[in-house]
Design a protein. Sequence first.
Length: 256
Amino acid sequence: MDLSGKVIWITGASSGIGEAITYALAKEGCKLVISSRRLEELNRVRSNISLADQDVLVLPIDLEQHQHTDEWVKAVMEKFNRIDILINNGGISQKSFALATDAAIERKIMDINYFGNVALSKAVARIMQQQKSGKIAVIASIIGKFGLPDLSTYSASKHALYGFYDSFRLELKEDNISVLIVSPGFINTNVAINSVTGDGKLVNKNSPAMENGMKTGVFARKFITALKSTKNHKYIGKKELLSVPFKTFFPNIFTA
Ligand SMILES: NC(=O)c1ccc[n+]([C@@H]2O[C@H](COP(=O)([O-])OP(=O)(O)OC[C@H]3O[C@@H](n4cnc5c(N)ncnc54)[C@H](OP(=O)(O)O)[C@@H]3O)[C@@H](O)[C@H]2O)c1
């Protein structure tokens, strides 16, 4: 698929994976909608790309407030009058045992990572249905394939994305809308720093797994290749990706 001239909406564009994908798409000559909560950070990202103003919309959104989804879609349609690709990437992680996690924080993580993500995809899919074409790419995680301590709700939210999008893909096939699930391993971003504790505080500390993770620029290049292809699913990362077949074929290792 040639991405040049396509209208592509990317959430979580203010940092990490989303920021790197934004730069890669700008080089491909796409028209971009860049979204996340922090307007200042979105403006910084916007200032780093050389597209003309008519080809970029900076649109602050808070996925937790997904009751506003239709207003966000309306803003994009007013600017570009179509949406070719949605990259549903924005999300947060956690660092807390389940028994130490408030129900309100579990709901917050699910609202952002699952309900906000899904609400946006459904609203955009309705536009794509009218266009009779489109692609939805979702950033899940290898933690959507198994669980780990400190990550129960995060892991649940990413497992839920698999269930939803594997079903949604089949439902959208006749409308010529494809769904790509991308599961990163460990990517060197601020995701651990931006994680929340069980009572909602910011962790504000990096983890060695992230520090040693794949560089975001490398991730973005591999992601763009997957986006251009007809693949339904792609893992992107380093040797940590081996944990997925290990979980499938030797599940007892994970309970030892
Ligand atoms: N890094 C990894 O190793 C890794 C591995 C697997 C999966 N992932 C997934 O990759 C995605 C991107 O994460 P990252 O690693 O790039 O971490 P990051 O640097 O912390 O970026 C997270 C992005 O999500 C946005 N975001 C957070 N809460 C939001 C909300 N309520 N509404 C809208 N946007 C929100 C943030 O922007 P604002 O703060 O401006 O809202 C930011 O742009 C996430 O879905 C994450 O789960 C990452």
